[in-house]
Structures are given as structure tokens and as C-alpha cells.
Design a binder for this molecule. Structure first.
Ligand code: 1HE
Length: 258
């Protein structure tokens, strides 16, 4: 697929933004490929690693294509809706997506990262929304997804004061969940994906579709939806052997670690 490599390895798929000469800028074809994959993922794929070729994760919207196409307002609005559909398919699908971040995670690059579920950042990672400086605006969901992670007030400040956060500052506000040494991001993301791929499908489904959606609901609706999901997950017949393992003290012990 153009600019997006897809490789399956056992239960996980490795998706690579593969256009390093343009710093993995996202064009229309890339969005289409992302949407196609996440709306109908292969049944064998239980977790995804989203990684990038070259030293940068993603430079956001392909500004060259934007300039060349010279779209009108409605065309650009439709393009944004294509991004929203693709990233919704990621965020609200039932497959955990682990991002391996490095270098630039900026503009639309931060928007796609915000649609993933676990974000591992190499120390080289930096986060920015340079739209303010370039005279453009976010359109791939940042006002919703990024603002919810870092708070709307911080997002406004980041854009107005033209701040670029390093990996640590990104971690402090939830843009990254873990920081690793440069060159270690993919390995760590793959390890997380492989472990998550072993969870029960129904549990991952509840975690991924439930938590985000419930937080769009009122308290009453959210608690009701949680009880519905829990009713489905906690009565999964496959759960019994897992509990028996716990009673027999054969389940892995919980201990504080990343
Ligand atoms: C690009 C793009 C791009 C690089 N579209 N071509 N996003 C931005 O405003 C980020 C724009 N990019 C950058 O700030 C920098 O490129 C980076 C910090 C990401 C990397 O810097 P560097 O020094 O490694 O690379 P470079 O020399 O700036 O770029 C290398 C080439 O990639 C160069 O082309 P060349 O022909 O001169 O080699 C760049 O033009 C090209 N390139 N980024 C197209 N984004 C749904 S709305 C979403 C809103 C947005 O995302 S707005 C975009 C925000």
C-alpha cells in the first residue's frame, strides 16, 4: 500500500509509515490505506504496532499535496472527515495499537498518535502542533483527541506559545506512556503488543471500545454501559480457567513496573 507497509508476525501486525524522505507526511492515499486496514483488519491480528521509517515518526499533513491540490473549504472538510473516520477506526476498533514514537510527532502526526492506545516514546521524540505558526489549523481530530489527553488549556498554550515538548514533557502530560532509549522503541512496542495479543478478545474489546466511549457519556449512561460490558466480559466461559490459575497461585504476580 502506498506509504504504509503492513507486515503480519504471528498475532500482531506491524504497520510502518514509510515515506521517510517526506518525514512520513500523511497524504490522501495513506489515510485511505489506514482506514482500509482498521475497518477490516485480518481476523488473525490481535494487536498492532504503529512505527515509522527514518528518524521521525510523522510530520503531519502532507503540506505539498495540500498546496498542489489547492482544495476548497468543502473539499478540505471532507478530507478532514476521512482522517476522522480512519482514526476513529483505530481508536474505537477492538485491536490494541501500540505506537513506537521517535523524532517529530507533530501536527497530524500527533493526531494519529493520539488515536493509538499505548505510546512508547524514544528519547528523541518531540511533540508539537505547529499549525499556529504555519497559519493552518488542526483537522485530524486534535481538538478532540489531543485536547482530551493533555487538556484543552495546554493544547491552546502549545499552539499559541509555539511550544515543542520533549519526550519527558510529553510523558508528563500523557502524550507518551513510557520513555525508552533511542533505538529501543520498536522492540518495546512489539513486546507490549505481543503480550496484549494474548488477552481475551472480549476483554480487549471492552477496554478499547468501552473506556473511550463511556467517557463521552453522562454518568448515568456511562455506568449503565459499563455494567453491560462487564456483564459480557465477566461471564465469558473462557474466564474460568484463568481464575482457576489465579486460585492455584499460578498466575503472574503483580508487581510495580512500567
Ligand atoms: C514535508 C513535510 C510535510 C517535511 N509535508 N513535506 N506539520 C508541520 O508543519 C511539520 C513540517 N515539517 C517539519 O517541521 C520538519 O520537516 C520536521 C521537524 C518534521 C523534520 O525536520 P528535518 O530537518 O528532519 O526535515 P526537513 O528538511 O524539514 O524535511 C525533509 C523533506 O520533507 C523536505 O522536502 P525536500 O524536498 O526539501 O527534501 C520537506 O519539505 C519535507 N516535509 N514535512 C510535506 N508535513 C488534517 S490537518 C493536519 C494538520 C497538519 O498536520 S499541518 C502540518 C503540520
Amino acid at each position: 500500500m502506498p506509504n504504509l507497509d503492513i507486515e503480519t508476525r504471528g498475532k500482531i501486525a506491524l504497520l510502518t509509515l514509510n515515506r521517510p524522505e517526506r518525514r512520513n507526511a500523511i497524504d490522501d492515499a495513506t489515510i485511505e490505506a489506514i482506514e482500509r486496514f482498521f475497518t477490516r483488519p485480518p481476523a488473525s491480528v490481535k494487536a498492532v504496532v504503529l512505527r515509522a521509517a527514518g528518524p521521525h515518526f510523522c510530520a503531519g499533513l502532507d503540506l505539498q499535496e495540500h498546496y498542489d491540490l489547492n482544495r476548497g473549504p468543502v473539499e478540505f472538510m471532507r478530507m478532514c472527515q476521512n482522517w476522522h473516520r480512519a482514526f476513529d477506526a483505530m481508536q474505537f476498533g477492538s485491536i490494541p495499537i501500540i505506537a513506537a514514537l521517535k523524532g517529530a510527532v507533530v501536527g497530524g502526526g500527533l493526531e494519529i498518535a493520539a488515536a493509538t492506545h499505548v505510546r512508547v516514546a524514544e528519547k528523541s521524540t518531540f511533540f508539537a502542533l505547529p499549525e499556529g505558526q504555519r497559519g493552518v489549523f488542526t483537522g485530524g481530530g486534535a481538538t478532540v483527541r489531543v485536547a482530551r489527553i493533555m487538556t484543552p488549556a495546554r493544547m491552546i498554550d502549545m499552539m499559541i506559545a509555539a511550544r515543542t515538548y520533549d519526550a519527558q514533557r510529553g510523558y508528563d502530560v500523557g502524550l507518551a506512556h513510557e520513555i525508552v532509549e533511542n533505538g529501543e522503541g520498536e522492540k518495546r512496542a512489539i513486546a507490549i503488543a505481543e503480550a496484549a495479543a494474548e488477552h481475551y478478545d472480549v476483554t480487549n474489546f471492552a477496554i478499547l471500545t468501552g473506556i473511550s466511549r463511556i467517557n463521552d457519556m453522562s454518568t448515568t449512561d456511562g455506568l449503565f454501559a459499563e455494567s453491560l460490558l462487564a456483564g459480557m466480559v465477566m461471564t465469558n466461559p473462557d474466564l474460568r480457567p484463568s481464575l482457576e490459575k489465579f486460585f492455584a497461585r499460578k498466575a503472574p504476580r503483580l508487581e510495580p513496573k512500567g
